[in-house]
Design a protein around this ligand. Structure first.
Ligand code: IPM
Ligand code: MN
Length: 358
């Protein structure tokens, strides 16, 4: 009998509401498969900061290390704490647990409307593999000569061979696996080596080295500015896209629009070796102005639980969650405001739970 303990960090804003739906789905698969599964919730976030002057307990990583996986709701509430401070919670976990892959599947489910005309359930099925521990997010730099007319800031990107290699290799492995079902098997290198003459030239060279080991996977390249256009113009072209930390961040918000909006987009922060727990989250923010109204779409959070199950090796549970999401979305009966309906967050969660169990 598998035995899972899952840490839940609801975070700020609407985090509590969507974390309840995530836990509801964990409970549903627990009931269906008889897993011994426990969830433990932590109150780190902006309110914690206002009370204790820090976003999270000093021993957060030690505490979380013992869990099998983490669900993170959403962090940040600029009315309470500056974003660059509050988001240390998320970035500390990503880096501290060497979650070097940020995996963002982009799928448009039938019944979901999108503003993008080229997007249809047939044309939208891709995955963005985002490097998640270094690059533009290395956090190195400083402010200099502040208060003088010569003031300046430095923010240094770091691209290590190991960091580029492992992200790109992950993307090729994924494309090889996906080839069996989608038949495509292609990794698009999202780059900007025409202007970033050190970091991205280096990144490209690692991409080329890795590609040689995967003759069965097609190569493809797109500059990051151009890819934003291609993703709208020809989204069906893409299979797996590999991108550095910042580029991956930017293009996945755009890609979320192809799947119906941020209400549907989930991400996994993965430590593939399993040396540390991986963390799953909806990629929408904390939307403080909607907090407490039960209006946000819980599908992104439910989808992140699907990814968690897949990561834990519970393929049947993952499959059942996806099937339930598809059933609920296709029926169009229970829809939050972003889907044109007027049902509440928990009503959508209930419908998915129902579809998993019955
Ligand atoms: C994301 C978010 C984060 C990021 C922010 C909140 C720091 O936008 O997960 O995409 O930039 O990675
Ligand atoms: Mn983002």
């Amino acid at each position: 009998m598998p035995d899972y303990s899952i840490a839940v960090i609801p975070g700020d804003g609407v985090g509590g509401e969507i974390a309840s739906e995530a836990v509801k789905i964990l409970d549903a698969v627990k009931e269906k498969y008889g897993f011994a599964l426990e969830t433990v919730s932590f109150d780190w976030g902006c309110d914690y900061y206002l009370k204790y002057g820090t976003m999270m307990a000093d021993d957060m990583l030690d505490t979380l290390k013992g869990f099998d996986a983490i669900f993170l709701g959403c962090v940040g509430d600029a009315s309470k704490v500056s974003d660059h401070i509050s988001l240390s919670l998320l970035l500390t976990i990503r880096k501290g647990f060497d979650q070097y892959i940020n995996l963002r599947p982009i799928k448009l489910y039938p019944g979901v409307t999108t503003l993008i005309e080229t997007a249809s359930p047939e044309s939208i099925d891709m995955v963005v593999v985002r490097e998640n521990t270094e690059g533009e997010y290395a956090g190195l730099g400083g402010f200099f000569k502040l208060g003088s007319p010569d003031a300046f800031a430095l923010q240094t990107a770091v691209f290590t061979e190991k960091g580029c290699y492992r992200a790109i290799r992950y993307a090729f492995e994924l494309a090889r696996t996906r080839k069996k079902s989608s038949g495509k098997g292609m990794v698009t290198n999202c780059t900007k080596s025409n202007a970033l003459n050190y970091s991205m030239v280096f990144w490209d060279s690692v991409y080329q080295k890795v590609a040689k080991h995967y003759p069965d996977v097609k190569t493809d390249v797109a500059l990051v500015d151009a890819i934003t256009m291609w993703l709208i113009k020809n989204p069906e072209h893409f299979d797996v896209i590999v991108a550095s930390n910042l580029f991956g961040d930017i293009i996945t918000d755009l890609a979320a629009m192809l799947q119906g909006g941020l209400g549907f987009a989930a991400g996994g922060n993965i430590n593939p070796e399993g040396d540390y727990p991986s963390m799953f989250e909806p990629i929408h923010g904390s939307a403080p102005r909607y907090a407490g109204k039960a209006v946000v779409n819980p599908i992104a959070s439910i989808e992140s639980i699907r990814m968690m199950m897949e990561h834990l090796g519970e393929q049947q549970a993952a499959h059942d969650i996806e099937k339930a999401i598809i059933t609920v979305l296709a029926s169009g009966e229970v829809r939050t405001i972003d889907m044109g309906g007027n049902q509440k967050t928990h009503e959508v969660g209930d419908a998915v739970r129902q579809a998993i169990l019955y």
